[in-house]
Ligand binder design. Structure first.
Ligand code: LLP
Length: 419
């Protein structure tokens, strides 16, 4: 997946840090991220967009650690948020609210008010009811909400059904055929200023085709909307570009964006501001989850490698049957055995990898690869397990960017009944 993760001799490194050393120093489970890998991934998008009016809004749900947000904010990024909590993180990390777009089907009144107060660039509105409520909240606050409609282009992103969002049966976006009427309504509502259009068709997309199809559908709408006398200043094409977990070969960000821009130009829309909302492709390959082998448990039907990281740390295998690479921190000479890598949580679904060939002993470090996206940000406290620590690596420097959660952190805010 990433040139920043590689063996040097027998030792697996993230940039210039040996992963077994990080495990030793910070404990496990541990998320470790390469700062250079993140910036390099961003640079691909930036190269393609250079010289154009654009804004890259990092979809922070992929990894919302403050130091990660700070890294992207300093590199000029805006953010795609989906909650008031995410907005608070952006501000705490020194991000600029004026570069924030607010997505999501279920924004509350309180979140709308908070985002208006902060001055976000745009609300990506997903339904007519949301539009009416936003108008009401904005009018009461004496503010104007800049909006774009998230349209559902009804294209198949050909990805996992749980992370495909651009098809008719999805809860996301305004149906293509309702879009014109909804724009007309938006233009007439007080407290609302129409500024753009957006779509997002899914995640872990490995093909340029669905993007171009969605873009064509969106451009058709842009042209139709403008015949109503409504100006769309920006086009937001969402996120969704996939990464390599095993043998996927997604297009490079730079190539994808160049293809999209070529189509935009060919159709005469080159003057519009372009927004993108990449998440996974900026951080996924930059991160690993480190775990320690607790026990090897040979069995008749299966061999198990029990590690100290579990589904609560990394949900993707349990939730999507996602395949993620698992490799040893230090290579051993002995013959590999086939084993399931599982965690300590009391669920049969608590596995990180099945039928893996590994030569490991108790105490060894294992690295789950490409875990920088939707890893820590989806972690839970199930089984009252504290969430992992996180470190940011830069060259040979490794810095703690999140403390390991302690048991007392987990029941802070709970109350015993009066006796
Ligand atoms: N914009 C919107 C409106 C989104 O809903 C998403 C992701 C993104 C941008 C960023 O998409 P990305 O570039 O990361 O593909 N937990 C799942 C992925 C869920 C994606 C949800 N939406 C997983 O682990 O595969």
């Amino acid at each position: 997946g990433s040139p920043f993760v590689a063996y040097r001799g027998r030792e697996l490194h993230l940039e210039d840090c040996a992963l077994a050393d990080l495990a030793q120093r910070f404990g496990t489970p541990l998320y470790a991220y390469s700062r250079s890998a993140m910036l390099e991934a961003l640079a691909g998008y930036q190269r393609a967009l250079a010289g154009r009016d654009h804004l890259i809004c990092y979809a922070m749900k992929a990894n919302s650690n403050l130091a990660v947000l700070q890294t992207f904010a300093q590199a000029g990024c805006g953010f795609d948020i989906v909650s008031g909590g995410e907005l608070a993180r952006v501000l705490a990390a020194g991000g600029d609210a004026a570069k924030v777009v607010f997505s999501g089907v279920g924004k509350t009144r309180a979140e709308m008010a908070q985002a208006l107060e902060a001055g976000v660039a745009c609300f990506n509105v997903e339904s007519e009811s949301e539009l009416e409520q936003l108008s009401d909240v904005a009018t009461r606050a004496g503010r104007t909400a800049r909006i774009s409609l998230r349209v559902n282009p009804d294209v198949d992103a050909k990805t996992h059904p749980y992370i495909s969002t651009g098809l008719k049966g999805n809860k996301f976006g305004v149906a293509h055929e309702r879009a014109l009427a909804t724009y007309r309504r938006a233009a007439a509502l007080p407290g609302i200023e129409v500024v753009g259009i957006d779509c997002h068709i899914g995640s872990q997309i490995t093909d340029t085709g669905p993007y171009l199809d969605a873009l064509d559908r969106v451009l058709d709408l842009v042209e139709a909307v403008e015949t109503l006398g409504i100006t769309l200043h920006h086009i937001d094409l969402g996120g969704g570009l996939g990464i390599t977990y095993t043998d996927e070969q997604p297009p490079q960000a730079e190539a994808l964006v160049r293809a999209l821009l070529a189509r935009i130009d060919a159709r005469g829309h080159g003057h519009r501001k372009i927004l993108l909302e990449p998440g996974r492709s900026l951080v996924g390959n930059a991160g690993v989850l480190l775990a320690s082998v607790l026990y090897l448990k040979p069995g008749g039907a299966k061999n198990f490698c029990i590690v100290d990281a579990a589904m609560n740390d990394l949900m993707r295998p349990a939730m999507y049957e996602a395949w993620m690479g698992i490799v040893p921190g230090m290579q051993r000479d002995e013959a590999p055995q086939t084993m399931d890598v599982v965690g300590p949580v009391c669920e049969s679904g608590d596995w990180l990898g099945r039928d893996r060939h590994l030569a490991v002993r108790a105490g060894d470090t294992l690295a789950v690869l490409s875990a920088g996206a939707y890893g820590m940000s989806m972690a839970s406290n199930y089984n009252t397990r504290g969430r992992a620590a996180e470190v940011m690596v830069s060259g040979s420097d490794a810095r703690l960017i999140r403390d390991r959660e302690q048991p007392a952190d987990l029941f802070r805010g709970e109350h015993l009944l009066p006796r």
